[in-house]
Write a protein that binds this ligand. Sequence first.
Ligand SMILES: [Zn+2]
Length: 188
Amino acid sequence: MVHPDTYVRPTDKGLGLFAKKSFKKGEIIWIADDLDLKYPLPDYLSFEDNVRSILNRYSYMDFKNRVVIPWDSGKYVNHSCAPNSTGLLEFDNISIALRDIEPDEEIVEDYCCYYGHFETFHCLCGSPHCRGIIGYNNSYDPSLRLRMRDIAGALLSFDQRLLHFKFEENREFLQILSSAQTEYATEG
Ligand SMILES: [Zn+2]
C-alpha cells in the first residue's frame, strides 16, 4: 500500500508518483500488502508477451522470486539513478525515504535496488551520475538498499502511518522491526 499522502501525475517518463506532503528520512512510503498481485516467476513468464509487455512496466521480482504488481499507485514509481526512496536489505517488499522529501517532489527509486525488474530503457533522470541504459537482467545491487542498523534510528523515531494497516504480508517486517527496537532503540 502506498502512503496516502502521495499523488500521481504525468512526467516525461510517463505517470509518476509525487509527495503531497514532506516525508522524513526513514518514513515508509510503500509496503506490500495482501491486495497486491503476486505471481511465482514461472507463472508470470507463462503470460502472453503482449500481456507481460504492459505488466513489465509496473512489476518487480522479490527475494522469493515472486513477481509483485502493486494494486494502487505504488506501481507508478519511476526509476532514477539519484533515488530518494529505496528498499531494505532485511525485508524485501518495502520502500523507505532515503532522505527528506519535499512536497511535490517526485518519489523515485533506483530499479537496481529491486531483486529483479523487467524493463530495459534509456534513463531520463538527468542526474550527473546517470548510468544511461538500465537493463532488466542481472541488475540487482544490494548496496542500493538501506540496512536496518543504519536506518533503525530514523525508522523508529516517529509514528509510521502505513503500519496502522495490518496485513499478513507485513508480519515478517513487524517482527524485524520489533527486534530492531530491542537492538537499536537504546543506542541513541
Ligand atoms: Zn539515470
